[in-house]
Write a protein that binds this ligand. Sequence first.
Ligand code: WT7
Length: 635
Amino acid sequence: MIATFDEYKKEYQKSIENPEVFWDGVANEFSWKQKWTKTLEWNFEEPKVKWFIDGKFNITENAIDRHLPAKANKTAFIWEPNSVDAEHRIITYQNLYDEVCKLANTLKSLGIKKGDRVCIYMPMIPEAVFAMLACARIGAVHSVVFAGFSASALSGRIQDSDCKIVLTTDGAYRGVKDIPIKAVVDEALEVCLSVKNVLVYKHTNTPITLQDGRDLIWQDVVSKAANTCEPELMDSEDVLFILYTSGSTGKPKGVVHTCGGYMVYTCYTFQNVFQMDSGTEVERSRNLFWCTADVGWITGHSYIAYGPLLAGVSAVLFEGVPTFPDAGRFWKVIDKHKVTHFYTAPTAIRALEAAGLDFVKPYNLDSLKVLGSVGEPINEEAWHWYNKNIGKEKCPIVDTWWQTETGGILISSLAGVTPSKPSFATLPMPGIQPLLVDEKGNEILGNNVEGNLCIKFPWPSMIRTTYGDHDRCKKEYFSTYPGLYFTGDGCRRDENGFYRITGRVDDVMNISGHRIGTAEVESAINAHADVVESAVVGYPHDIKGQGIYAYVIVPSTTKDHETLKKEIIAEVNKIIGPIAKPDKIQIVSGLPKTRSGKIMRRILRKVAEGDVSNLGDTSTLLDPTVVDEIVKGKL
Ligand code: WT7
């Protein structure tokens, strides 16, 4: 582990001068059944990236078995339920082994084999992590779908990767809500022919209907399965999982991650960024990590499930939401379990800041040592509030920049080791070679500059392909600037060479740290029978970071606009899910288009931002008068 700024500089230098030797050293820390014969093969043209070639191993052996028997009684997870009155659960590394093996055997008995795709649509309960690891144990590919997505979004993802089985629960608790998850799965499966079985974990006792021959109750079958299961021997480049994420065009794409590089990189970044292994043995034994993300997103995959388990630490798994039963819940949980390392999103920080300090004061937060932020740029105001009121100005803050496609953290300070600066992700991790380019793709050299963020050299956990459509992977990430991986983010490099991410430069919005493509929301809105056309942009939102602003053309109908707006929101809920619902809908009679029919989003963005004084050149518009109407009707 890197322990000083000087060590970081040396490690970084080594990783750039001789990446293969550097990553060999990191990968050697893991348990392999067969060592790799070649460290790296790559080109960013096809693109093709392979790490630790011919290496054979199983990631679950490294995340579980490797810690046994030494850590058999060590807590892997403390599960904190949604309700404050319900009992928390402790899952030790031995429990984890038993549960993962039992579930792995169950999946096998249902005919799931290496390479088969398994959809996991579950709330934040330990079984969701067991499910991911059980898949990995037998070499099946998991595709976790966030349980807040609608039936239609779920079926799209199941169909895209032809999942054979869905693992789910009867219901899910989220704050005051009790969501009938199984009913959503039933609806989704009406159009999914590939699914042969549904395994339902009974969690809320919500009434469900079981389809004969297809649906099974988890507890009934898993309890009968054996609690040992030989791990499937996997190749470094075998697929570990698919995770869908929004892009700038069309439907979500399945980002593919493979076993070897993902294991090495998530563990390495987890250990170095959060520094849970520093301090005395007693201090280390008390360390408790808590990442508040959902396993439905990459943050949950890399820094709830895989990273912490590979590192053999103890972590909290939280079912609830930050504001239930009140805005003190996070702080209450930190106090209750004595969390030492806390990792959350700026949107949560802003929401809890807005609720006021009375929700923080009742709790003792002295256990905290390190704070983290992820998902969107953290504004200075939120950074300072977090630092002062939660970290009491004694906890380093790591602002970790990365993406679903990067698998792990690429730019971040190392807690207490490298300098941090409010609203800056700061420096690249060893092995990461960022560069800024201008619109034409020319590298912008020097400091105090701004441009589009690209990465010029592969790292172990980078995206390998988009499932079933390699061309899409090439187009999205490797074609804008040939020879480079393009992140889609804008970025500034300050006088010290520290990086500050300024936000997306493509048609992707970041709503409460969740990525949503404008095209996806538009197509959902357009599904409403009365909608002729729509254009969606993000606008600054105090809590969410960005809100969704929709301009919608409807013919002059008899329906009043308020009813129509409600129906449009319902349509988006149905097609994508509540996270994508527009915050503002402005009914317009036309959209600003160029003569070639392209919508000028720049203008729509400016209006939504409330910056109408300087709309730039509108002379190329087909009909400039629509701009006046849009400005007048701004919400
Ligand atoms: C996009 C990736 C992987 C984390 C969860 C989101 C934005 C993420 C930061 C940060 C500024 C950030 C970027 C990125 N983003 N972390 N620390 N500072 N922006 O993963 O859904 O794949 O979204 O989130 O715009 O491209 P994701």
